[in-house]
Design a protein around this ligand. Structure first.
Ligand code: LLP
Length: 418
C-alpha cells in the first residue's frame, strides 16, 4: 500500500500533484511519501509488538538522512555496512545502541569508528574478521560486542545477484561450522558474544525461506546454550519482497505469525533489517519525456532519467511499473523507455505496453524508493537527481540536485599538467 494514486486523471504524491513537484524541483526527481514510509515502518513494529524487537532499517536501501530520521524518531535503528553508513545513521539521529554492522570487508578504520561510537553489535562474517575486531578492540582497551553471521544454506528463490545465504555465497559462516566459530570467538579476550545474525537475500516473496532459515539458526542457539554460550540478540536480517508488478509477497504480519511462535519463551531480542519492504514502494522517480523516436523495430521513449539515476532495470533486468503523470484516454504502444546514457543497457523498461506519451510530459517510475537513489551515480557526468519528501500537502527538498560544479569539485589537476 502506498500513497501515490490518481485523483481523476492526475497522479498525486499524497495530497500534492506530482506534476507540481516536477515543475518546482525539476526532473529527474525522486519523491518519497512520508505516510507510506511511516505506515510500512509501523507495519513491522506493530506486527512484532508482543516480542522484544528492534527494527534496524537497512541504510543501503535509502541513505537519505530525512528517511532514516523518520524511522529513528519512531523507535527504529539502523543496519549499516560501512563507516559511511555509520556516519549517516548517527547524523540522522539513530541511537547508537540500535545500530548493527554487517559486511564482509570492514576496515580497521571502520572498526575503530564503530567501537568508538559503541554500536550495539558487529555482525561478523569470517574468522579473520573476528581476529581483526579482537585486535583493534584490544588496542583500544575495549570489548567489541559481536554476533556471527550464519550462512544457513537456504535458497531464497530470488534473483541470483541478491541471494546471499547459500553455500556458494561470500557471506557469513557455514552453519555446520558455526559452533566451532563461536567456541573460537569465546576464547578471544576483547570480544563479547551477544548475538546470532543471518540474512538470506532480498526481494523474497515467500515465507518458507525465512521459516526454514530461522529453524536452522534456532538449533544453533540451542547448541550454543548447551555449551554455555548464551545469546541475547537474534538478528534475522531483511529481505521481504515488494510488489513491483504482480508479485504478492507476504507482509510483516504474516512473517510475525510464522516466526513469533518459534521464538516464544526464548528470552531473545529480535532484530530485523528490512530495507526494500519499508522504502521500496514509498518512492517514485519522476522523469520527463525528451523525445520520441521510431526505430526500425520499435518505438523509443527517450526520457531524462537514465541508468545512472536508477540502475535496477539495467543491472537486474528489474521491472518497474511506469505510469503517465497525466492519465489520458489514448492508445497504447509497445515501446522501450530509455535514458540519455550512451549504453544499450540504459533502459527503464523494455518491450513495455505504455500509453502513447507525448514529448514534454512526465512519467513516474514506480517502486523506486529502495536501491534507487542509493545506487545512482554520475556516469556520463550527469549530476545526481534531487529528492523530495511529501507529507500530506507539505513537501520539502531533502537532497539538493547536484550541479555541474559538483562534478569537478573533487578533481585536482596535477602540477605537471598545469
Ligand atoms: N541486511 C543485510 C545484511 C543486507 O545485506 C541487506 C541487503 C538487507 C539487510 C536489506 O535487505 P532488503 O530488506 O532490502 O531486501 N541492490 C539490490 C538489493 C541488494 C540487497 C543487499 N542487501 C536491488 O536493487 O534489488
Amino acid at each position: 500500500m502506498h500513497f501515490f494514486k490518481y485523483r481523476a486523471e492526475e497522479l498525486f504524491a499524497e495530497d500534492v500533484p506530482v506534476k507540481k513537484l516536477a515543475e518546482k524541483y525539476g526532473t529527474p526527481l525522486y519523491i518519497y511519501s512520508y505516510r507510506t514510509l511511516f505506515r510500512h515502518f509501523k507495519a513491522y513494529d506493530d506486527a512484532f509488538n508482543d516480542y522484544p524487537h528492534i527494527i534496524c532499517f537497512a541504510v543501503k536501501a535509502n541513505p537519505n538522512p530525512a528517511v532514516i530520521r523518520l524511522f529513528a524518531k519512531n523507535g527504529g535503528g539502523a543496519d549499516i555496512v560501512s563507516g559511511g553508513e555509520l556516519f549517516v545513521a548517527l547524523k540522522s539521529g539513530v541511537p547508537v545502541k540500535k545500530i548493527v554492522y554487517a559486511g564482509v570487508g570492514k576496515t580497521e578504520d571502520e572498526i575503530r569508528f564503530a567501537l568508538k561510537s559503541k554500536i550495539l553489535m558487529f555482525n561478523v562474517e569470517s574468522e579473520r574478521e573476528l581476529r581483526e575486531i579482537d585486535r583493534v578492540a584490544g588496542k583500544m582497551k575495549t570489548k567489541a560486542p559481536v554476533a556471527l553471521r550464519i550462512n544457513p544454506d537456504i535458497d531464497p528463490e530470488t534473483h541470483p545477484y541478491i541471494a546471499t545465504g547459500m553455500k556458494k555465497h561470500k557471506f557469513g559462516i557455514p552453519i555446520e561450522e558455526a559452533l566451532e566459530y563461536y567456541r573460537f570467538a569465546s576464547t578471544l579476550r576483547n570480544l563479547t558474544l551477544v548475538g546470532v545474525h543471518k540474512h538470506i537475500g532480498s526481494q523474497i516473496t515467500k515465507i518458507s525461506p525465512f521459516v526454514d532459515a530461522l529453524k536452522r539458526v534456532l538449533i544453533l542457539i540451542d547448541d550454543l546454550n548447551e555449551q554455555g554460550i548464551s545469546i541475547q540478540y537474534l538478528d534475522i536480517g531483511g529481505g521481504l519482497g515488494i510488489p513491483y508488478r504482480d508479485e504478492d509477497p507476504p507482509v510483516p504480519k504474516d512473517l510475525a505469525k510464522s516466526l513469533i511462535p518459534l521464538l516464544k519463551g526464548r528470552g531473545l531480542t529480535l532484530i530485523m533489517e528490512p530495507g526494500r519492504s519499508i522504502v521500496g514502494n514509498a518512492g517514485i522517480l519522476v522523469t520527463k519525456v525528451l523525445y520520441l523516436k521510431t526505430g526500425e523495430k520499435k518505438e523509443f521513449v527517450i526520457v531524462d532519467a537514465g541508468m545512472n539515476d536508477l540502475i535496477r532495470p539495467s543491472f537486474y533486468d528489474a521491472y518497474h511499473q511506469i505510469l503517465p503523470v497525466a492519465k489520458k484516454r489514448r492508445k497504447t504502444v509497445l515501446c522501450d523507455v530509455v535514458g540519455p546514457i550512451c549504453e544499450t543497457g540504459d533502459f527503464l523498461a523494455r518491450e513495455r505496453e505504455l500509453q502513447k506519451v507525448e514529448q514534454g510530459e512526465y512519467l513516474a517510475v514506480m517502486s523506486a524508493g529502495a536501491y534507487g537513489f542509493s545506487m545512482s551515480s554520475n556516469y556520463n557526468s550527469r549530476p545526481r537527481a534531487a529528492e523530495v519528501m511529501v507529507n500530506g500537502r507539505e513537501h520539502a527538498l531533502i537532497r539538493v540536485r547536484e550541479t555541474y560544479s559538483d562534478l569537478t569539485n573533487w578533481n585536482r589537476i596535477p602540477k605537471f599538467l598545469k
